[in-house]
Design a protein around this ligand. Structure first.
Ligand code: GLP
Length: 248
């Protein structure tokens, strides 16, 4: 696990974009795993800038998103489909057939999850998976207690996550209670992981993920078992880490 601490959100985002851009330039058919939430928004902005100003080419890049709410159509303003389109895809030269996001309206969720796993496999696996971290150290929608070997499946959101995400909805009752999410086992198969965390609200989760015991009660702690896990965070998110001078 390589932990890099940047001064603030903007520096973290610029570094994350450099990391991804370098890999796209090396492998134009990169299979990129993507996340939603505030953490990667700055990274996406910077990737758009690199595409527009420095010809970073996305025409052959393939993407797989981590998760999606169940019951929200793609057009819904709070769906992850909508989020990805607005923050990233509509600004890039991606082939729409290369974009994969779980379908929260799928009739048969179980079959859809299996299909999603097969698509990842067919693409040759994920090269780099971008991750955020929940305040309770969840990864994607793998809440504490999720099996560390889990695959793409339906999950019930915890009260904490519903509360955290209710800021995007008019009332907490509108926040969907279920989601489709890649499993922790699915995420761990990506060849590289890039976890982003910013702000003091994430400091506890970062501390337990990076320096706590590996446990299903802290899903992000499994990153300690990955050969190429990069944890890219800002100073406030790193506030509780000890021995930070040993980190990159
Ligand atoms: C949601 C997403 C996660 C994300 C988390 C943190 O629950 N399903 O993938 O990492 O929120 O979001 P933020 O980056 O906005 O703090």
């Amino acid at each position: 696990m390589l932990v890099t601490i940047k001064n603030d959100y903007n520096e973290m985002s610029a570094e994350a974009a450099r990391f991804i851009a370098e890999r796209i330039r090396k492998k134009p058919t990169l299979v990129l795993g993507l996340a939603t939430g505030n953490s990667p928004v700055g990274l996406y902005k910077e990737l758009v800038r690199l595409h527009q100003n420095e010809n970073l080419d996305f025409s052959r890049v393939r993407t797989f998103n981590l998760d999606e709410y169940i019951g929200l159509p793609a057009e819904h303003s709070q769906s992850y489909h909508h989020f990805m389109h607005e923050n990233l895809f509509k600004h890039l030269n991606m082939n729409p057939r290369h974009i994969h996001i779980p379908d929260g309206m799928a009739k048969n969720i179980e079959e859809h999850c299996e299909w999603y796993e097969r698509q990842i496999e067919k693409a040759g696996g994920i090269d780099v998976q971008v991750l955020g971290i929940g305040a309770n150290a969840h990864l994607a929608f793998n809440e504490p207690g999720s099996s560390l070997g889990s695959r793409t499946r339906i999950k019930t959101l915890t009260r904490q996550t519903i509360k955290d995400n209710s800021r995007f909805f008019k009332t907490p009752e509108e926040v969907p209670q279920y989601a489709i999410t890649m499993g922790i086992g699915t995420i761990m198969e990506a060849r590289e992981l890039l976890l982003l965390a910013s702000g003091k609200k994430k400091a506890k989760a970062v501390k337990s993920a990076v320096q706590g015991p590996i446990t299903a009660m802290c899903p992000a702690s499994i990153l300690q078992m990955h050969r190429k896990a990069y944890v890219l965070i800002d100073r406030p998110a790193a506030a509780l880490l000890s021995d930070t001078q040993t980190f990159g």
